[in-house]
Design a protein around this ligand. Structure first.
Ligand SMILES: C[S@@+](CC[C@H](N)C(=O)[O-])C[C@H]1O[C@@H](n2cnc3c(N)ncnc32)[C@H](O)[C@@H]1O
Length: 402
C-alpha cells in the first residue's frame, strides 16, 4: 500500500520519540512489563471500556458455567462477609456486571438456604498501570438514598502472577480474558543472538519453533505461578473461575488461532506485521526496533491448562472446556463490507485499546500513532478479509479449592 499520503513526522519529534522509547525499552528489558502492560484507560473511542465487546461475548458464553459453579458452591455459614476478587479487572461494564452477578447469585442462595445473608466485599485487582480511577468512578454509589449497595469495593494493584491477598482470604476468585497475557516476553525472544529471536513478527502465530517454545515455557511457568498463589489465597471449598483466550486441543501452539481465516484476520497477525513493516520501509524505525516489539500473549490449549492444574494440585477441576466465539455478528460484518474504512477504524481502535500503552512504551506517542494509522489503513484495504468470518477461542475453567 502507498504510504506517501501519511502525515510526515518532524525530525525533532522523531528524535525525541526514539530517546523516550529507548529509556522505556530499558525498563521493559529489565522485566518490568507489568509497569506498562494495561488496557487503554478512560472512556473515549479508543478506550478499553468502549472496545471490550469480544470479552463481553466471552463472558456471556461462559455465564451459565459461572452461575452453575456458584449454585453448587459450599456455603460458608456464619461468615460475616464473603470476599470475591476479579483478577485482571481492567475497567468498564464487564467487571462491574460480573461482580454484580456473583453478589446477587450468592445473596439469593444465602437468602433461600441460610438464616443470615453475609455482607460482600469485592476486590477489583489489576496491574498498577490499570486505570483504577475510571473504574472507581463507574462503581455504583454505596448508598443511593434508598438502599445500601450490595458490596463494599476495594482496588488491589499488583500482578496476579504474585500473591495479592493473605492466606485463605477469598471465597470466589474470577479472572476473565486476562490470563493469556504473560508476565514477560521470554528473554531469549529478545536476544538477537538467540535462535528464538522473533524477527519480522510482532507475535508468535506462525513463528519459528524456538520462538513458540520459549513462549510456551513462559506460559507454563506463569500459569503454575498463578495457581500456586490462588491455592494459598482461596479458602477450602472456594471457587476459582477462569476464562482465558485459548486454542483448540488438537492445534499446535504455532497456530495460536485455529482456522486459517481467524489466523489471518486476528489483529495481532498480518495487518499488525504489515504496519510495522511500513514504518520500517519509510525509514521511521530501524529493524531492531521492530524486531524487539513482541506481544506478550499466549493462547493455551485445554491440555496445557490441565497440566498446570496437575502440577500445582490443590484444586478439583469441575469444568475445563474450549469454546469458540464468532468475532462479530453477521449484521456487523455486512455493515463493514459496505464501509471498509469504518471496519479499519474499529479494528485499529480495538488494537489501540489493548496495545497502546505497550506500543507507546516501545515507540513513544507519535510513532505509535503512526503505527496505528498504518494498521487502520492495512485493515481497511484488505477487502477479501472482510468477507471472512473469524473466531476467537476461549477456555473456561471452574475449579474448587480442595
Ligand atoms: C482484556 S483485559 C480483560 C478485562 C476484563 N476482565 C474483561 O473481561 O473485560 C485483560 C486485563 O488483564 C490485566 N492483566 C494482564 N496481565 C496481568 C497481570 N499479570 N496481573 C494482573 N492483571 C493483568 C490487564 O491489565 C487487563 O486489564
Amino acid at each position: 500500500m502507498d504510504s506517501a499520503r501519511l502525515r510526515p513526522i518532524s525530525p525533532i519529534k522523531k528524535t525525541m520519540d526514539m530517546k523516550n522509547a529507548k529509556e522505556l525499552q530499558t525498563l521493559r528489558w529489565a522485566g518490568d512489563l507489568h509497569r506498562i502492560l494495561c488496557m487503554q484507560g478512560g472512556d473515549d473511542d479508543v478506550s478499553y471500556a468502549k472496545n471490550s465487546d469480544a470479552p463481553a461475548s466471552a463472558i456471556s458464553l461462559s455465564k451459565p458455567f459461572l452461575i452453575q459453579s456458584i449454585q453448587s458452591m459450599k456455603l460458608f455459614k456464619g461468615e460475616p462477609s464473603l470476599r470475591i476478587a476479579d483478577l485482571g479487572c481492567a475497567t468498564g461494564f464487564n467487571t462491574l456486571a460480573t461482580i454484580e452477578l456473583l453478589v446477587e447469585s450468592l445473596r439469593q442462595r444465602y437468602y433461600m438456604e441460610c438464616s443470615e445473608v453475609p455482607e460482600f466485599e469485592a476486590f477489583f485487582s489489576d496491574l498498577p498501570s490499570n486505570d483504577f480511577n475510571t473504574l472507581f468512578r463507574s462503581l455504583p454509589t454505596l448508598y443511593d438514598g434508598k438502599r445500601q449497595q450490595h458490596y463494599y469495593a476495594a482496588g488491589v494493584p499488583g500482578s496476579f502472577y504474585h500473591r495479592l491477598f493473605p492466606k485463605r482470604k477469598l471465597h470466589v476468585a474470577v479472572s476473565l480474558s486476562a490470563l493469556h497475557w504473560l508476565s514477560q516476553i521470554p528473554g531469549s525472544v529478545l536476544d538477537k543472538r538467540s535462535l528464538a529471536w522473533n524477527k519480522g513478527r510482532a507475535w508468535i502465530d506462525g513463528a519459528k519453533k524456538e520462538v513458540v517454545e520459549a513462549y510456551a515455557k513462559q506460559s507454563e511457568d506463569d500459569l503454575t505461578a498463578f495457581l500456586r498463589c490462588r491455592r494459598e489465597e482461596i479458602v477450602e471449598g472456594g471457587v476459582l473461575f477462569i476464562l482465558m483466550a485459548g486454542r483448540p486441543g488438537q492445534v499446535q501452539p504455532e497456530n495460536q488461532l485455529g482456522d486459517p481465516d481467524s489466523r489471518a484476520k486476528h489483529p495481532f497477525t498480518s495487518s499488525m506485521d504489515q504496519a510495522w513493516q511500513d514504518l520500517l520501509n519509510e525509514g521511521l524505525i530501524d529493524e531492531e526496533r521492530r524486531d524487539t516489539f513482541n506481544i506478550p500473549a499466549y493462547m493455551r490449549s485445554p491440555d496445557e491448562v490441565r497440566r498446570a492444574f496437575d502440577q500445582c494440585a490443590g484444586f478439583e477441576i469441575q469444568t475445563l472446556e474450549y469454546r469458540k466465539i464468532v468475532e462479530h455478528s453477521k449484521e456487523k460484518q455486512e455493515e463493514w463490507i459496505k464501509d471498509p474504512i469504518s471496519y479499519g477504524r474499529a479494528k485499529a481502535n480495538l488494537v489501540r485499546a489493548t496495545l497502546k500503552p505497550m506500543v507507546e512504551a516501545h515507540l513513544g506517542p507519535n510513532l505509535s500513532e503512526e503505527l496505528f494509522e498504518r494498521f487502520e489503513r492495512r485493515a481497511s484495504a484488505d477487502i477479501d478479509m472482510l468477507h471472512k468470518t473469524c473466531f476467537y477461542g476461549v477456555i473456561v475453567v471452574c475449579a474448587i479449592r480442595k
